[in-house]
Design a protein around this ligand. Structure first.
Ligand code: 4AD
Ligand code: MG
Length: 460
């Protein structure tokens, strides 16, 4: 049985242990050899000390950076500074060699761009170890948060026939022969012969199915992968990302905002409480204000204002934006970040957007030009959450679907929720990687997901 390094580091001296992991560095002299061993259980290494009176050079020749080893020995109080305990080695077994001439992580300090090219090995760096542990911990915290609030986790399908966001950027799923697809009488591809008997895609959101379940279970959330085929090559967009979408019966927009704010603060607090070692590493390496920024978000009330008020501020700001602002335009991240970072200096929830730039399902306001949308905007990120109160009135929803020329045949089941026992309800979607960008301080979304999927990139 091996003991994880995270446990060894707080073990009392004297006990006999076995440790297994990967060599980070080896140094020493003819009397003693020091090996820094990391097993991924935490950011810290444990120092393994080989007394060269008991080991030969030959015993340790394969113990090179990147090699995988098993060490048996005892925990002893460290002679050196920098660690309380170390391992006095008795036996060593090398599981896997790592040829120093070809192992790509031989040296420290590779750029994040280079590490993206060796995505199969980058989990072995301190940086990605930290990011992946934080990612896990926050995924766990999300389930914990909703479970203790009485929300049920709903598994929504990855393959779907409906386009929730109506943006049209979906990955098609088909088993038709792409070189020779069946053609119908009107000269179009005959999807009735396709696997599902209709055109199908990877989902852009689990919301519509989430709404069905909220009309039965009350409060639900989804947490799973989501796909967007838009050709967005930005540090904030992925073609495959994870989204958390709570949906609540009887919530109006105000309660929706309260939940979104409480949820994010809970998650940031959770990271500060349970990932502090990893956050300290990232703070020191990449972003000296990271921990302070996280603490600030937890201790401040988010500003709430309408899109109209937000646009007013932007127009009066005297700033030159790459994309000019006026009432009716979709806000760009430069606008969102101006409001958050320069104007208010705290997170902002913008509400009541023009209906033309938002999805069909949002509840229409009485003014006839806005909908009850809410976007949560964050420093360094821009939009981190998008949500709304939903249009629960059958006729209003139907008219909007018709006005947008959407395919009613693929949405009849969604409309049925408004025909049978409709209720006021609300929900939102939190982009998991956008949250991780904020929490880890990383600048590129490709560095907070183990295997990023972006245009022209799906190698590992
Ligand atoms: O604003 P979006 O498109 O909203 C929805 O999908 C709704 N169905 C959510 C709901 O009300 N249940 O996406 C929600 C969030 C965004 O705020 C952003 O954080 C993230 O998902 N997101 C992306 N993250 C990474 N890459 C992309 N291409 C993303 N697109 C959206
Ligand atoms: Mg959005």
């Amino acid at each position: 049985m091996k003991t994880p390094v995270i446990k060894l580091l707080s073990s009392p001296p004297g006990i006999k242990i076995t440790a297994k992991g990967w060599v980070r560095t080896k140094r020493g002299n003819k009397n003693v050899t020091f090996v820094a061993l990391n097993d991924g259980s935490c950011v810290h290494n444990i120092q393994v000390v080989f007394d060269m009176n008991h080991f030969s050079e030959d015993d340790l020749k394969d113990v090179t950076t990147g090699a995988c080893i098993c060490v048996t020995g005892s925990v002893v109080a460290s002679q050196g500074s920098g660690q309380a305990v170390e391992i006095a080695a008795k036996e060593i077994n090398v599981y896997g060699l790592a040829d120093p001439d070809s192992y790509p992580l031989q040296k420290k300090g590779h750029s994040l761009e280079f590490l993206r090219e060796i995505g199969h090995l980058r989990p072995r760096t301190n940086t990605f170890g930290c990011v992946l542990r934080i990612r896990h911990t926050l995924a766990y915290a999300i389930h914990h948060y909703f479970h203790q609030k009485g929300f049920y986790w709903l598994h929504t399908p990855i393959i779907t026939a409906s386009d929730c966001e109506g943006a049209g950027a979906m990955f098609q799923v088909t088993t038709l022969d792409l070189k020779n697809p069946p053609i119908n009488d009107s000269g179009k591809i005959d999807y009735s012969q396709d696997f599902f008997g209709r055109q199908a895609s990877l989902t852009v959101s689990g919301q519509l199915e989430g709404e069905l379940a909220a009309m039965a279970l009350g409060n639900i959330y989804t947490f799973g992968p989501t796909f967007r085929a838009e050709n967005s090559n930005t540090p904030r967009h992925l073609a495959e990302f994870w989204m958390i979408e709570p949906e609540m019966a009887f919530y109006e927009i105000k309660e929706n905002m309260d939940l979104a704010e409480d949820f994010i603060k809970y998650l940031v607090n959770y990271a500060l409480e349970f990932c502090l070692d990893d956050l300290r590493f990232l703070n020191d390496m990449f972003d000296k204000e990271l921990i302070e920024r996280l603490q600030n978000v937890c201790n401040t009330s988010f500003v709430r204002l309408s899109y109209t008020e937000g646009v007013d501020i932007l127009m009066k700001s005297g700033q030159t934006f790459e994309y000019p602002v006026s009432w009716g335009v979709d806000l760009q991240s430069e606008h969102e970040r101006y409001l958050v970072e320069k104007h208010f200096k705290k997170p902002v929830i913008l509400t009541d957007y023009p209906r033309e730039i938002k999805a069909f399902y949002m509840k229409q306001n009485d003014d006839g030009r806005t909908v009850r949308a809410m976007d949560v905007l964050f420093p360094k990120i821009g939009e981190i959450i998008g949500g709304s109160q939903r249009e629960e009135r059958y006729n209003v929803l139907l008219e909007r679907i018709q006005e947008l020329n959407m395919d009613i045949d693929s949405l009849w089941w969604y409309l049925d929720t408004r025909r049978f026992g409709t209720a006021p309800h609300s929900g939102f979607g939190l982009g998991f990687e956008r949250l991780l960008l904020f929490v880890t301080g990383m600048a590129n979304i490709r560095d907070v997901i183990p295997f990023p999927r972006t245009p022209k990139s799906a190698e590992f």
